[in-house]
Design a protein around this ligand. Structure first.
Ligand code: NYM
Ligand code: MG
Length: 212
C-alpha cells in the first residue's frame, strides 16, 4: 500500500462548452499517459451509471422535469458519491483525467440565473483539481461543429451564457487552451502541460479542497 510519502496521482479536469472537444481529448490523454507507463483513468461527470446519475440523465434527455436548484444539487451529489473513490485512486498513485467537474456544475446552473455563490456552496470540500484545462472555443464555432444533440442546454444562446459563467470561475489552476486549432496540435499541447503537472504532484504537492 501507499505509505503517505509515495507519489500520488494528479487530478486533472477538462472543462469547456458542449462540442469543445473535451471527451476526445480526455480519451487521448489517458491513452498517452498509459502508453508512457503512467497509471491513469478516464472519469466523467455526470457519471450516469449511478442511481443519482440516472436521474440526471433522465433530466438531460427531457424525460423528467426538475426544479433548477434540485438538479443542481443532484449534479453535486453525483460528485460527492465518487469522492472517496477519487481520493483512494489519487493516493494510490493513479492520475485521474476528468471530463467535466464542479466548474460545469456552477457554470451551467449560474447560466440559468441561479446565484453564483449558492451554486458554488455544495462543491465546497470536494478534492480540488491540480489542473483545469479549459478548452476555449467561441460558442458560435462550437455550434457549427454540429452534433449538438437533443439534450437540455445544447443551444447556442444558452451556451453563450455558460461561457460567461465559466469566465467568472477562472483561477490559477486553469490553463486556457485554444480549442479552435487542429485536434493533433491541441493533443500535443495538453500532453506537455499534463506531464509537467503530474511530476509536480509526485514531488509532494498535497491534495487541496474546493474552492482553493
Ligand atoms: N452539466 C454537467 C451540468 O449542468 N452540471 C454538472 O455538474 C455537469 C458535470 O450536463 N451539457 C451539464 C453539461 C452538459 C450536460 O454533460 C451533460 P456531457 O459531458 O455532455 O455528458
Ligand atoms: Mg454533451
Amino acid at each position: 500500500g501507499n505509505k503517505g510519502n509515495d507519489p500520488r496521482g494528479a487530478l486533472i479536469v477538462l472543462e469547456g462548452l458542449d462540442r469543445s472537444g473535451k471527451s476526445s481529448q480526455s480519451a487521448r490523454l489517458v491513452s498517452y499517459l498509459e502508453g508512457i507507463g503512467h497509471s491513469a483513468e478516464l472519469w466523467r461527470f455526470p457519471d450516469r451509471t449511478t442511481s443519482v446519475g440516472q436521474m440526471i440523465s433522465a433530466y438531460l434527455s427531457n424525460e423528467s422535469q426538475l426544479d433548477d436548484h434540485t438538479i443542481h444539487l443532484l449534479f453535486s451529489a453525483n460528485r460527492w458519491e465518487k469522492r472517496s473513490l477519487m481520493e483512494t485512486k489519487l493516493k494510490s498513485g493513479t492520475t485521474l483525467i476528468v471530463d467535466r467537474y464542479s466548474y460545469s456544475g456552477v457554470a451551467f446552473s449560474a447560466a440559468k440565473g441561479l446565484d453564483l455563490h449558492w451554486c458554488k456552496a455544495p462543491e465546497f470540500g470536494l478534492p480540488a483539481p491540480d489542473l483545469v484545462l479549459y478548452l476555449d472555443i467561441p460558442p458560435e464555432k462550437a455550434a457549427e461543429r454540429g452534433g449538438y444533440g437533443d439534450e437540455r442546454y445544447e443551444q447556442l444562446e444558452f451556451q453563450k451564457k455558460v461561457a460567461e459563467c465559466y469566465h467568472a470561475l477562472r483561477d490559477s489552476s486553469w490553463k486556457i487552451i485554444d480549442a479552435c486549432r487542429p485536434m493533433e496540435e491541441i493533443e500535443k499541447q495538453l500532453q506537455g502541460i499534463v506531464l509537467d503537472n503530474i511530476v509536480a504532484c509526485k514531488v509532494g504537492k498535497p491534495i487541496s479542497q474546493l474552492w482553493s
